[in-house]
Design a protein around this ligand. Structure first.
Ligand SMILES: [Zn+2]
Length: 393
């Protein structure tokens, strides 16, 4: 058994002063306070002083980091990305594809499924290698079922009209490991594909879309329950023709994510969004590219390249992903939306875990995985733990 104490614990829905957290076999077995419970005899205690213990972050939308893209065909890619993620507090993530030629997408899905299965096996066998870096929980398929008008950086020649048969090919290649899919609901047959994906437990997310209000609502009625990088690659909000944004911002069945890097959205829009979606349905993503954690220059995103300068990833004058890390997203949300740290932390932990329907992550409660971060009062990540084991530098 392991014991952890700190100045404060964010579960994140509750805030507990002077907590005592007991961990056994990688899981939280008890949460109490230092005044109400003694550390059991013989158990060594890690004391984080005045710092804050919070759940490890969950990133639903990330393309790469540390010079690698999740679609890269090289064994070093995912471990390098996962180490960088851990240093920024992310303990679980959903590797995200971008639109690419069909065969390249199918191969990437198969490789990602292999990687996810290998990590599951490592964990089952208590293989140390599988333990102390961010864990891929499933694949996010972003494209090819997106709008030509709102494709962003996705290559137009590889966009496809959604069909259940095509979705089935992706599903087979990924051996059922697709957990999220971004789709434009206004495309013909999109409602059928949304319904089929939702039936298989995929979180269907509206995005890269030029939908009007009615088409967005049809997507939601078919089973979509989330929205992808809200405002970016969407028909803009118009007060007489509210469009997809009017639906996403007002429909209480829908959670939604944003890229809070201060570049993709003006801070005032982050506040507007946070006020509209509220503390339970606001989700932070990074949309990070391989350029994250690297010097400025030219970097790969899926099968194309982006220029990185001044904290922006650009392709042909359009924003193409980010260099954002989740710890910075949390601190930005707190500042831009005037939210306290627990609410901002929830948008990077409990909320994305709920969106992906992952029960044992994103919260610190009895029975949950002991994946947590140690934060200072500014929300900076000092240390990251996986199942109670610290990630080395
Ligand atoms: Zn996108």
């Amino acid at each position: 058994m392991l014991a952890f104490t700190a100045g404060r614990l964010l579960t994140p829905t509750d805030s507990i002063e002077h907590p005592l957290v007991l961990v056994e076999h990688g899981r939280v077995v008890d949460i109490s306070t230092r005044s109400s419970r003694q550390v059991p005899a013989g158990v060594s205690t890690s004391d984080f002083g005045h710092s804050i213990i919070a759940p490890g972050y969950v990133d639903l939308h990330i393309h790469g980091s540390a010079g690698y893209d999740v679609m890269d065909d090289t064994a070093e890619a995912l471990p390098a990305i996962e180490h960088l993620l851990a240093r920024h507090g992310v303990t679980s993530y959903f590797p995200t594809t971008v639109t690419a030629p069909m065969d390249r997408t199918l191969r990437a899905l198969e490789r990602l499924a292999n990687a996810i299965e290998k990590r599951e096996l490592d964990l089952e066998r208590h293989n140390a290698d599988g333990k102390i870096r961010a864990l891929p929980l499933g694949i996010h398929l972003e494209g090819p079922f997106i709008s030509h008008a709102r494709r962003g950086a996705h290559p137009p020649e590889n966009l496809l009209a959604p069909t259940v048969a095509l979705f089935e090919r992706f599903w087979q290649a990924a051996r059922g490991r697709i957990r999220m899919m971004t789709i434009a609901p206004e495309l013909e047959d999109a409602p059928e594909v949304i319904a089929e994906a939702a039936r298989r437990g995929v979180c269907v997310s509206l995005g890269h879309s030029d939908a009007d209000f009615a088409a967005a609502e049809r997507g939601i009625a078919a089973g979509a329950r989330h929205a992808t990088h809200t405002f970016n690659a969407m028909r803009p909000l118009d007060h007489r023709s509210p469009g997809i944004l009017g639906a996403v911002l007002t429909d209480r069945r829908v959670s939604a994510d944003i890229i809070a890097d201060g570049v993709h959205l003006d801070p005032a829009i982050v506040k507007l969004f946070a006020d509209a979606k509220g503390p339970a349905q606001t989700v932070l993503i990074t949309d990070a590219t391989s350029a994250t954690g690297m010097p400025e220059g030219r970097y790969r995103l899926g099968s194309f390249e982006v220029d990185v300068h001044d904290g922006k990833c650009m392709l042909d004058g359009k924003l193409a992903g980010s260099v954002l890390t989740m710890d910075r997203a949390v601190r930005n949300l707190a500042r831009f939306a005037e939210w306290d740290l627990p609410r901002a932390v929830a948008a990077a932990s409990r909320n994305p875990a709920r969106v992906a329907r992952i029960a044992n992550k994103g919260v610190l409660a009895v029975g949950a995985d002991a994946d947590f971060v140690v934060l200072n009062s500014e929300g900076e990540v000092l240390r990251t733990f996986f199942g109670g084991v610290e990630c080395p530098e």
